[in-house]
Each structure stands twice: as structure tokens, then as C-alpha cells.
Ligand binder design. Structure first.
Ligand code: G1P
Length: 293
């Protein structure tokens, strides 16, 4: 089995209802964080970890995601003629960043179903899954950290973070088992969105997974849950029993960009750190804080 990760699966078929009306005609993944769409952050994270092929599990009206990672010759030509070299190179770099493979998820039947749709493009290799609602900043990034654990352990590994007890019902929650090293453990069990009183811990899954191809068989064997969706979490419970699964506590800063408040927080922080507008934005915020009622 290869130990290097070359493929990333990014489920993007969701309708983005939490961002209506902004997401009525453009995918929510194309919404900008200052001047960079959410999807660019997600793909950059994967690329930094060595990924060469990105598999979008996609739906209707998501063509702009493919276009974004392809050349825009008219724009490149115009930037080149105007001698706007920095912008020209920025645009070209994004176009050449990864190979994009698109697979349609023809019905919305859950995250497990979306990951299974990528099977023909993944084959037998280990791969990562990144959920676009979560944006993480850090060096090494979360996907790189999962790849490092996998390189040593050769077992599927997922990212975990501690959340307040009141938030456990928003996430898949892991029951942690034997320690492997300071931030890495075996997982004994997983529960999808438990009530706080029924949660086995406060270790939540923030949407970064590294799987061997064994996960596909486990998804195929997973029955739909009560709402008719095939849960990735249920398939991972099978994976634990058959092949084992590790949890790794990551160090990156994490934002829930799939939620209006989280989206505003990441935009705010990114604007403060932005090389072009950061200083002026900070001045504006400090001034505004004095006068805002
Ligand atoms: C999905 C997963 C859940 C995970 C979460 C992270 O839920 O099912 O286990 O913790 O993503 O964002 P969703 O938020 O899509 O309902």
C-alpha cells in the first residue's frame, strides 16, 4: 500500500441553503474570504499535503468550481498585456494547481454516499476527505498532520478537536481508546450528533479524514440511517471493527465557514491579516468600535 496521499475527495453537492440568497446562483464554496474563495483554501490545504488530484463530488450549478481551477485565457491575456504580472501569475498558478475530477452525486443521500461516489476515481489508494464548510489555518495544516500520522501508522486517521459539551450534537463524536502518542489515539467508537447526555466524549470530528480504500466496502455495507442518509460516521464504525481507526488532535485554527457567524469571523480575521488591507482595516475596526452603538 502506498503511504503517500495523492488524492483528495471534496464533497460539494450541497445546496448551500444556509447562505441563501447569496448561494442562489453561485456555489457557497465560491463565496470569498476577503478575495479568495472558500474552495481555494480547502484545495490549498490538500495540495500542501501532497495531493495532485482533487475529486469534486458535485451537483447541478457547481461548474464554477471546475472553471476556477482551469485557465481563463481571456483574463490571463488581458493581465499579461497590461503587465499586471503579479495577478497574471496568481491566476495562472491557481489554474495549474491540481487536476480536477468531477463526479456527480445524483441524489442527496448523505456524506457516506458522497464519499462512495468518488470510488471510481480513487481506486485502491489511501485518500483524504475535506469538508468545505470547515476552513483551517495552520502550519503544518490538518491534512499534512493526518498524512504524517498515516506515514508512520498506515491506519486510517481522522482529525478530532475538543468542543464544549453543549455543542456535541452538531458533530460526529469519537470515543477515544488506547494512546499511540501525545496527540494520537485509537478510536473505540463513534456516534453521529449525539445528545449531550449520550455523548461518549467531547472529541468532535471537524471534517478532515484520511482513509485507506477499505472505507468504500464499509460504506457499501452501511444501511441508511433514519433520515434515509448513508452516514460516513456509521461506515467508520464498521472501519473501526474491521481495520481500526485513529484520532489525531490537530493544532490549526478552525473556522466554521458554513455558518453565517463563522463565515463573518473568518472574513474579519482574514481581513485583519491581509497584506494589502490589514493595517487600514484594523484602524477602521478600532475607530468603529468607539462609535458603534
Ligand atoms: C458532517 C458529519 C459530522 C461532522 C461534521 C463536521 O455533518 O456528518 O460527523 O462532525 O460534518 O462539519 P454535517 O455538518 O454535514 O451535518
Amino acid at each position: 500500500m502506498s503511504k503517500t496521499i495523492k488524492k483528495a475527495v471534496i464533497p460539494v453537492a450541497g445546496l448551500g441553503t444556509r447562505f441563501l440568497p447569496a448561494s442562489k446562483a453561485i456555489p457557497k464554496e465560491m463565496l470569498p474570504i476577503v478575495d479568495r474563495p472558500i474552495i481555494l483554501h480547502i484545495v490549498e490545504e490538500a495540495v500542501a499535503a501532497g495531493v495532485e488530484d482533487v475529486i469534486f463530488v458535485t451537483g447541478r450549478n457547481k461548474h464554477s468550481l471546475e472553471d476556477f481551477f482551469d485557465h481563463n485565457f481571456e483574463q490571463e491575456d488581458s493581465l499579461s498585456k497590461q503587465k499586471k504580472d503579479d495577478l497574471y501569475h496568481l491566476s495562472k498558478k491557481i489554474s495549474e494547481m491540481v487536476n480536477v475530477i468531477s463526479i456527480r452525486q445524483k441524489s442527496p443521500r448523505g456524506l457516506g454516499h458522497a464519499v462512495l461516489a468518488a470510488k471510481p476515481a480513487v481506486g485502491d489508494e489511501p485518500f483524504v476527505v475535506l469538508l468545505g464548510d470547515e476552513v483551517m489555518f495552520g502550519k503544518p495544516n490538518v491534512t499534512e498532520q493526518l498524512a504524517q500520522v498515516f506515514h508512520h501508522q498506515e491506519v486510517s486517521t481522522i482529525a478530532v478537536m475538543e468542543v464544549p459539551k453543549s455543542d456535541v450534537s452538531k458533530y460526529g463524536i469519537a470515543k477515544i481508546g488506547k494512546t499511540i502518542s501525545k496527540h494520537t489515539w485509537h478510536i473505540d467508537d463513534l456516534v453521529e450528533k449525539p445528545k449531550p447526555s449520550e455523548a461518549p466524549s467531547c472529541w468532535a470530528l471537524p471534517g478532515r479524514y484520511l482513509f485507506t480504500s477499505d472505507i468504500f466496502k464499509c460504506i457499501e455495507e452501511t444501511k441508511p440511517s433514519k433520515n434515509g442518509e448513508i452516514q460516513l460516521t456509521d461506515a467508520m464504525v464498521r472501519l473501526i471493527k474491521k481495520h481500526g481507526l485513529l484520532a489525531h488532535q490537530f493544532t490549526a485554527e478552525r473556522y466554521d465557514a458554513g455558518d453565517k457567524l463563522g463565515y463573518m469571523k473568518i472574513n474579519f480575521d482574514a481581513a485583519l491579516r491581509h497584506p494589502e488591507i490589514g493595517r487600514q482595516f484594523k484602524e477602521y475596526v478600532l475607530e468603529r468600535a468607539k462609535t458603534l452603538k
